[in-house]
Design a protein around this ligand. Structure first.
Ligand SMILES: [Zn+2]
Length: 166
């Protein structure tokens, strides 16, 4: 296994709509293992393939909430959002050092393919729901800073640039 370089805010790949991942295979298994290693090394709870420079619809998630196992999902799609919303502080490995409170639907249903090629359907709540929505956003070139008010975004970006200068 090896650590992958995480792309930072400003990289074009983070703003592209990723393409579907073909059927799983050995190459994909290796990529998934590397993505998990990279995510854990960076102390993250989720990582999307565009963040390591690959514009493909693949995410890994481990929210460590005691209920859900680590998972790798191919071509994940949110097929349903719950009615309730919640507001939770989010960060992103591609925008390190800053966080912001983001409002999202509190629950969602996600359909995807697992690394064995099986169709999976997940009913997610709490941190898992949030993390899945954040990572699936990455596959469409959407970042958490796009989901906060313009004023908040300006503040977060100013702080990020200040940190990046150091
Ligand atoms: Zn992120």
């Amino acid at each position: 296994m090896s650590l992958l370089r995480i792309e930072m805010l400003g990289a074009d790949v983070l703003r592209q709509k990723a393409r579907a991942v073909p059927a799983p295979g050995p190459e994909l298994e290796r990529l998934v293992a590397d993505m998990f290693e990279t995510m854990y090394d960076a102390h993250g709870i989720g990582l999307a393939a565009p963040q390591i420079g690959r514009s493909e619809r693949l995410i890994v998630v481990d929210v460590k909430d005691g209920d859900s196992a680590p998972m790798a999902l191919l071509n994940p799609v949110v097929v349903e959002f719950g009615e309730g919303k919640d507001r939770v502080e989010e960060g992103c490995l591609s925008i390190p050092g800053v966080v912001a409170t983001v409002e999202r639907p509190a629950s969602c249903v996600v359909e995807a393919t697992d690394t064995a090629g099986n169709a999976v359907r997940l009913e997610a709540q709490g941190m898992l729901s949030r993390c899945l929505q954040h990572e699936i956003d990455h596959l469409d070139g959407v970042l958490f800073i796009d989901r906060i008010s313009p004023i908040k975004r300006k503040m977060v970006l100013a702080r990020y640039r200040k940190l990046a200068e150091k």
